[in-house]
Design a protein around this ligand. Structure first.
Ligand code: RIB
Ligand code: CA
Length: 336
C-alpha cells in the first residue's frame, strides 16, 4: 500500500487521476490539495470537492493552496479545460467540506503524523504548493518518501516547443522542487503522450458500465474535443492518471535516473525540464550510491542526483489499472 497526497488542479485528467487514486487498492489517498492552474484556485477547488461526490470519496481531507505562481504571470489553458476547468459533464454538488488549513499545512500535518518516508507527494498541477511546502517546512522534506509528478518532458513541451504546462505555470516552483533533497520521478509528456484516450481505449472503460465510468467518458469527450481542435490528437493524453498509476504499479513506467534542471530564464525555453540523458545512471555501471554516503532509499546516482524520468510506458497495463479502479469504485449514484 502506498500512501499519497494528490496535489491537483482539476482539470479533466486530474479528475481521472483522483478517481484512479481512490479506486486503486494499492494506494491510500491521505489528502487532496488544490493549486491554481487549469483554472482559478476557486474553480479547481470547487471541481475537486465535486469529484468527491462523483467517486463517493470519504474520510479524505481536501485543502486549497496557492492561488497564483511564485513569480511569473498566471497561465490558464481555457482552450483545453474550458471556463469551469471541468467543462463537459454536469458536476454534482461538492461532497466534502473544505479543510480550514492551507494546502501546505495539510501536507505538513500528514507527513509529520505518518511514519518516516511513507508518504509520496503526487503533484498533477503547477508545483507552487509543493515548493512552498519544501520552503516552509524544510525539516519535513527528508521525511517525504518522494515526489512523483506529472510535468515536463525530455524531448518536447506542449505550451511551447520546450515547456510543458505544469512546469511553465511556475518554473521557479519547479526549480525548488527538483533541487530539494527528495527523490523525484518525472512523469512527463514523453510517456503521457503514449497513453491517449482513443475511442478503442474508451470502449474498454465503457464496459465497466457505471455512472462513474460514464462520467469519465463525458470528461474525455470534452477533453478529447479540445485536444483534437488544438493539437489534432486522436484522443486526449492521460497525463495525470499516469502519475498516479506510476505510484500504484511502478512496472507501468520504464524510467532512467538522470539529472533534471528547470530553465527559468530562457527567452524561448523558460519552463523547460532539461534532462541530461548523457548522464543516465545505470545501477549496474555506477558505484553503489551508499558508497557516496547517501542513503540507499534515496537511490541517488553517482552525482548525488535523485531524479528519475519516465522514458516508456506499458499502455495496456495502464488501461487495465484504470478499468480495475473504476470497477472497484462501482456505481455511486452521484447523480441521485
Ligand atoms: O501538460 C499537462 C498538464 O497540464 C496536466 O496536468 C493537465 O491537467 C494540465 O494541468
Ligand atoms: Ca493537472
Amino acid at each position: 500500500m502506498t500512501k499519497i497526497i494528490l496535489d491537483c488542479d482539476p482539470g479533466h485528467d486530474d479528475a481521472i487521476a483522483m478517481l484512479l487514486a481512490w479506486g486503486n487498492p494499492d494506494i491510500e489517498l491521505l489528502g487532496v490539495t488544490t493549486v491554481a492552474g487549469n483554472q482559478t484556485l476557486e474553480k479547481v477547488t470547487t471541481n475537486a470537492r465535486a469529484l468527491a461526490t462523483v467517486g463517493s470519496i470519504t474520510g479524505v481531507p481536501f485543502a486549497a493552496g496557492a492561488s497564483r505562481p511564485l513569480v511569473g504571470p498566471q497561465l490558464i489553458p481555457e482552450e483545453i479545460h474550458g471556463d469551469s476547468g471541468l467543462d463537459g459533464p454536469q458536476l454534482p454538488a461538492p461532497g466534502v467540506e473544505l479543510d480550514s488549513r492551507h494546502a501546505i499545512q495539510l501536507i505538513a500535518d500528514i507527513v509529520a503524523e505518518q511514519p518516516d518516508k511513507s508518504v509520496t507527494l503526487v503533484p498533477t498541477g503547477s508545483l507552487t504548493n509543493v515548493a512552498l511546502f519544501a520552503r516552509t517546512y524544510p525539516e519535513l522534506v527528508e521525511r517525504v518518501a518522494g515526489v512523483t509528478l506529472m510535468g515536463g518532458g525530455h524531448h518536447t513541451g506542449n505550451m511551447t516547443p520546450a515547456a510543458e504546462f505544469n512546469i511553465l505555470a511556475d518554473p521557479e516552483a519547479a526549480q525548488i522542487v527538483f533541487e530539494a533533497q527528495w527523490p523525484v520521478t518525472m512523469v512527463g509528456l514523453d510517456v503521457t503522450h503514449k497513453v491517449l484516450a482513443t475511442p478503442d481505449r474508451m470502449e474498454q472503460l465503457k464496459k465497466v458500465n457505471t455512472d462513474v465510468s460514464q462520467f469519465i467518458a463525458e470528461l474525455v469527450e470534452f477533453f478529447g474535443g479540445s485536444y483534437m481542435k488544438e493539437r489534432r490528437y486522436p484522443g486526449p493524453p492521460m497525463h495525470d492518471p499516469l502519475a498516479v498509476a506510476a505510484v500504484a504499479d511502478p512496472l507501468i513506467l520504464t524510467t532512467v535516473r538522470a539529472p533534471i534542471q528547470v530553465e527559468t530564464k530562457g527567452e524561448f525555453t523558460r519552463g523547460q525540464t532539461v534532462v541530461d540523458l548523457r548522464r543516465t545512471w545505470n545501477p549496474d555501471q555506477a558505484e553503489d550510491p551508499s558508497a557516496l554516503g547517501i542513503a540507499d532509499d534515496y537511490e541517488a546516482d553517482a552525482h548525488g542526483v535523485r531524479h528519475c524520468v519516465g522514458i516508456d510506458v506499458d499502455a495496456d497495463r495502464f488501461w487495465d489499472l484504470l478499468t480495475s479502479a473504476l470497477t472497484r469504485i462501482g456505481t455511486t449514484n452521484f447523480r441521485g
